[in-house]
Ligand binder design. Structure first.
Ligand code: ZN
Ligand code: ZN
Length: 216
């Protein structure tokens, strides 16, 4: 009888241990699952939307450069500018109206970048129509980049830098004080030749959004 009691107690103890173990495993697997869903959240796709004026080689070049750091990217068929984006007085296209138009077409999980060789502009402070190289809101569903104002010499590289800067804005990045960072504020000039990469801080924001960098 005594032996039987001992066995029963042992079984009870071990089953309690089992229960605790099971409970712990449950908690650990839950938190692991949570991490998994956070990490495996579907990455957004960048859609490159060329306007009909821009040569396809330029579009391909910018796309290839972006692909080096962000693989989920696709080129759409070229389109005309919507009529309401044209600013006749200066023969320019309004960047803010372009973004508004592209944003309407951006479905959940996508961000669109418009590419053009036409001059684009926006309102800056008191200046009603201020020429820009690109525009993007922070965060945003669409942005636009133009190679109209770039130096002829380095225009391909500069165009990519403008594009990645505007995409950075859509991903939540604001202007960065680092002089060599892609997110530097152009302040009405063209400092792209001094830019070499995203800085450590800006990279970290993008890494959290599935961007890949070989070095930080
Ligand atoms: Zn900017
Ligand atoms: Zn930065």
């Amino acid at each position: 009888m005594f032996i039987l009691l001992k066995i029963i107690i042992r079984v009870l103890r071990s089953s309690r241990f089992c229960f605790i173990l099971l409970f712990l495993t449950f908690i650990i697997s839950c938190s692991k699952n949570q991490q998994k869903t956070m990490k495996e959240e579907k990455p957004i796709t960048i859609l490159v939307q060329p306007f009909k004026d821009i040569p396809s080689e330029k579009v391909q070049m910018v796309t290839n450069e972006i692909k080096k750091v962000y693989p989920y990217i696709k080129i759409l068929d070229p389109i005309d500018f919507p009529e309401n984006t044209y600013y006749k007085e200066r023969n320019r296209y309004r960047a803010d109206s372009i973004i508004k138009f592209l944003s309407k077409n951006a479905k959940e999980g996508f961000v669109i970048i418009g590419l053009t060789s036409k001059d684009i502009s926006t309102t800056k402070g008191k200046i009603k129509d201020f020429g820009v190289m690109g525009l993007g809101f922070t965060p945003g569903k669409a942005c636009v980049a133009s190679n109209f104002r770039l130096n002829k010499q380095n225009s391909n590289e500069q165009f990519f830098k403008i594009a990645i800067h505007e995409l950075g804005h859509t991903q939540g990045l604001r202007h960065c004080p680092e002089k060599t960072c892609f997110m530097r504020d152009a302040q009405g000039k063209n400092p792209t030749d001094e830019e070499t990469d995203f800085c450590k801080k800006c990279k970290q924001v993008l890494i959290n959004k599935n961007w890949k960098f070989n070095s930080i």
